[in-house]
Design a binder for this molecule. Structure first.
Ligand SMILES: Nc1ncnc2c1ncn2[C@@H]1O[C@H](COP(=O)(O)OP(=O)(O)OP(=O)(O)O)[C@@H](O)[C@H]1O
Ligand SMILES: [Mg+2]
Length: 257
């Protein structure tokens, strides 16, 4: 007994083989035109299924990471700020630090690409099969403070469980609320205990963290854990934002005179 094409497609979907279903008609035509051996066609169909599953998983991990853009190191212009720790960035990009449960602190001047690099690492991690959570620190901490107890418990899990947590632009608004400081402490302590990696970016030098946390001891316990196994990257140089703004002004028609 043979099946019709629609029946085969229905069966494939019932078996959750949507990758094979999607390319079935093309593969049939291809097999007919090339007269290739059956096993070659079959292997290609299995590969279609694998490809589809892999890209869906990657897409799901990207969504779970809450990254707003897919930045990569390829988009980065290393000539703009020649003093950036390029070597260390590429070392991070290997993601070995995630396997080691190590951290990275990216500290330095505004607009020098700290968030760009952190997001590129996070994106690369999702592509390599790691679970990731990207957090714009100030915004998320404020959101956390307003959440219900149940929501807070869920958020805390979301910050503690992934293989990599990115805390971006920490202390952007300088002093953070006591509840946020406690959250930061809990997250860092928990992740340290489980040897899970954190990338922090900030334009505030670590010496001042005590001031922004409103508690010097807390700052020490947080920094102690963050820096125990950590790469320290210093971003010196000029702001890429200012360069882009200057380019816009130069291009604006009102500037022709
Ligand atoms: N060298 C670079 N090449 C290409 N784009 C860059 C470079 N440096 C920064 N950018 C871009 O400039 C913008 C600002 O960079 P980014 O947000 O990473 O800076 P930052 O160091 O995190 O600044 P802040 O301390 O204010 O948070 C981003 O759009 C980023 O992609
Ligand atoms: Mg930033």
């Amino acid at each position: 007994m043979t099946m019709t094409t629609p029946e085969i497609e229905r069966t494939l979907r019932a078996l959750r083989l949507s990758g094979i279903a999607a390319t079935l008609s093309t593969r049939v035509m291809q097999a007919q035109s090339t007269q290739e051996p059956f096993l070659d066609t079959f292997a290609a169909m299995l590969q279609d299924e694998l490809d589809r599953r892999r890209s869906r998983l990657t897409e799901r991990r990207f969504k779970q990471a809450r990254l707003d853009e897919r930045l990569t190191l390829a988009d980065f212009d290393w000539r703009f700020n020649p003093r950036l720790p390029r070597q260390a960035c590429f070392e991070l990009h290997t993601l070995k630090f995630i396997g080691e449960g190590a951290n990275a602190l990216i500290i330095g001047k505004p607009g020098t690409g700290k968030s760009h690099i952190a997001k590129a690492m996070a994106y690369q991690a999702t592509l390599q099969g790691h679970t990731v959570r990207y957090v714009e620190a100030d915004t998320e901490f404020a959101r956390f403070a307003l959440a219900s107890t149940a929501e807070q418990a869920a958020l805390l899990r979301a910050y503690v469980e992934p293989d990599l947590l990115v805390l971006d632009d920490l202390f952007l608004a300088r002093r953070i609320a006591d509840a946020s400081a406690e959250l930061l402490q809990t997250v860092v302590h928990q992740r340290y205990k489980h040897r899970r990696s954190v990338i922090v970016t900030s334009n505030r030098v670590v010496q001042d963290w005590g001031k922004y946390l409103g508690d010097a001891t807390m700052a020490t316990t947080i920094l102690d854990r963050l820096m125990h196994r950590a790469a320290m990257l210093e971003f010196e140089g000029k702001s890429y934002r200012l360069k882009e703004a200057a380019a816009r002004i130069a291009l604006s028609p009102s500037n022709d005179a």
